[in-house]
Ligand binder design. Structure first.
Ligand SMILES: Cc1ncc(COP(=O)(O)O)c(C=O)c1O
Length: 437
């Protein structure tokens, strides 16, 4: 007899009520509030996304080659992506399950490309700015690549001179963020492209965060740094539909300048009992629903809708800069796109705690301590509330009020046994087993 597994099934309504209950309090509610303001686009587009998601609820994208409807949806999405990143006739793309998956695909292809294009580079070094996402560090570990950390300039973009100085005969590729997660700023990809071409290196542009917003901000008449296939030297781009594509989690893209680069991505295995096995990303089975939701949302919005969203988000950015930037103890950074980054002259962890009490989970970054809000198009009342709540918390801190501290960055497991005891059991058990790379 099993002991940790429910013995008897429970009534449907009871189970669903518990799910709703679990979603109504604590962290999930805060996360929902967080995601309400993070990259979820128009509310009606979200609702459509949910309905479309449910239509393909049980489908497996690994079978899209033999499910024509799903194959069409995936082909359409790939076409949109190549178009958005100005890949032209040569451009190619694949769908993946997330930003990390896309980055792993790019690192794998880069390694395979290096085998023929950099045969002397047995250590396969990849130069990654310090602001580059953790997925590059973890991916290098999984693929036997050597991640070389490149320092940032004072403006938190990659230091190009340091980058050039670090290139040697073991280097196979470079990574630039468009923009970076911690600072919302773009690395100078056109300059990196020149460096990549000069040294015969693979250049990956990580547009996971901004990829599906930047082109539309540009179409709305604002300037955005260049990062796509119009930049000579860019070989691959990661961009998440589950961020500024407004889709639910589980769908991202990796694009290739041409088949010359994409050919290093696909891996076909047939030496087993079921014949030739291949897929679009590193995964085998992949949920089909997030791609379907993305397809529905993008078709609902179209270019016109995406540009309107970009306009709304930029309008709110200007308002945020005006109102929060005017507070004597706050300063809003000059970011390149719609993730906003700001600092306050108060204890950052207490500020985050005050915001959390009001239901906002703002991501706090660490070096230096700063806060991030990722803007999208959402109801005016929510924007009003965010600005009011920031002002309220600042005033309370000015008046000497204290709030329970909330850690910055991904520091969930820091703070000793007490902090750990509040985390899920799997995390408590995982921490002592982790290999720090
Ligand atoms: C710039 C950047 N790259 C990569 C990622 C990783 O994406 P994911 O969380 O979908 O794996 C993120 C996530 O925030 C990001 O901001």
């Amino acid at each position: 007899m099993l002991s940790g597994f429910p013995k008897k099934g429970r009534p449907r309504d009871e189970v669903l009520a518990e799910v709703k209950d679990l979603n109504a309090g604590g962290l999930v509610e805060r996360a929902a509030r967080f995601s309400a303001i993070s990259m979820k686009g128009r509310l009606e587009a979200q609702q459509l996304g949910k309905d479309a998601f449910n239509e393909f609820y049980a489908h497996n994208a690994v079978y899209s080659p033999v499910i024509p409807s799903l194959g069409k949806i995936e082909d359409d999405l790939i076409g949109y992506v190549v178009d958005i990143f100005r890949g032209g006739d040569e451009g190619r793309a694949n769908l993946t399950a997330g930003g990390t998956d896309s980055i792993y695909c790019a690192l794998h292809a880069m390694r395979e490309w290096g085998k023929t294009n950099k045969p002397g580079a047995t250590r396969s070094k990849v130069l990654v700015p310090y602001s580059g996402h953790a997925a590059f560090g973890r991916g290098c570990h999984y693929f036997g690549l050597e991640r070389v950390k490149v320092p940032l300039r004072e403006d938190y973009r990659v230091d190009l001179q340091a980058l050039v100085d670090l290139i040697d005969e073991q280097t196979i590729g470079l990574v630039g963020s468009a923009p970076s997660f911690p600072y919302g700023r773009y690395d100078d990809l056109p300059a990196m492209g020149e460096i990549a071409l000069k040294h015969n290196l693979w250049l990956h542009a990580d547009a996971c965060l901004g990829g599906f917003m930047a082109p539309f901000v540009r179409l709305a008449g604002h300037s955005v740094p260049e990062f796509d296939f119009t930049v000579p030297g860019v070989c691959s781009i990661s961009a998440d539909l589950h961020k500024y594509g407004h889709a639910p989690k589980g769908i991202s893209t990796v694009s290739w300048r041409s088949e010359e680069y994409q050919q290093h991505h696909y891996v076909l295995f047939d030496d087993w009992a079921e014949g030739a096995y291949f897929s679009q990303s590193l995964l085998g089975s992949r949920a089909a629903s997030p791609a379907v939701a993305a397809w529905a949302i993008l078709n609902y919005l179209g270019e016109v809708g995406k540009v309107e969203i970009a306009r709304d988000a930029m309008k709110f950015k200007e308002r945020f800069e005006r109102e929060i930037g005017a507070l004597p103890k706050a300063s809003v950074w000059d970011t390149d796109l719609t993730p906003i980054v700001f600092t306050v002259d108060h204890d950052p962890e207490s500020f985050l705690g005050g915001m959390l009490q009001r239901g906002w989970y703002l991501m706090g970054h660490m070096e230096p301590p700063l806060f991030q809000v990722i803007l999208d198009s959402y109801p005016e009342e929510l924007a009003d509330e965010l600005i009011e709540n920031i002002k309220e918390v600042m005033a309370a801190l000015d008046a000497g009020e204290d709030f329970p501290k909330v850690g910055l960055g991904y520091t969930f497991t820091e703070g000793g046994d007490d902090a750990l005891a509040n985390l899920p059991l799997w995390v408590q058990r995982a921490v002592p087993l982790m290999t720090k790379i």
